[in-house]
Design a protein around this ligand. Structure first.
Ligand code: ATP
Ligand code: MG
Length: 140
């Protein structure tokens, strides 16, 4: 295991229900340190660029519209095995399939409005972190 950084996004369904603090507590209680964080509103263009890898998926347009529909909190989480650890804490993409006590099981509303995003590999994490943050904004 190694100390890693991963990009997390608290999605509009969660920010709109004032769940930011409760979701952040899940990360911190699990040993993931929030080393960068900002609340922003993505434009449709920014959401489309961020989710470029999904451009050909049937849900792409809906997903981008959803991500631009309200505030999001983008953040960098740091800790041992942070990428896999965060995906465990988030739970499966579809809240109905997510394990008990995961964020998506407890807070997610649907497969799209599933409250959080987390990078899925070291390479993706590096790209996604650089998409939103410069080096001086990340303070470990
Ligand atoms: P994320 O990338 O947000 O951490 P994930 O890796 O679990 O989630 P992906 O397959 O990368 O899931 O899908 C990206 C996002 O697209 C999902 O989190 C969800 O919001 C949305 N999504 C995925 N599958 C569907 C679907 N079948 N219908 C609607 N939205 C979907
Ligand atoms: Mg993904």
């Amino acid at each position: 295991m190694a100390v890693e950084r991963t990009l997390s996004i608290i999605k509009p369904d969660a920010t709109c229900r004032d769940l930011t603090g409760r979701i952040n507590a899940r990360f911190e209680e699990s040993g993931l340190h929030i080393v960068a964080q900002k609340r922003i509103r993505m434009t449709l263009g920014v959401a489309e660029k961020f989710y470029e890898v999904h451009r050909r998926r049937s849900f792409f347009d809906d997903l981008c519209a959803f991500m631009a529909s309200g505030p999001v909190v983008v953040q960098v989480l740091e800790g041992e095995d942070a990428i896999a650890r965060n995906r465990e804490i988030m739970g499966a993409t579809n809240p109905d399939n997510a394990e008990e006590k995961t964020i998506r099981r407890d807070f997610g509303e649907s497969i799209e409005a599933n409250s959080v995003h987390g990078s899925d590999s070291l390479e993706t994490a590096a790209r996604e972190i650089a998409f939103f943050f410069s080096d001086i904004e990340i303070v470990g």
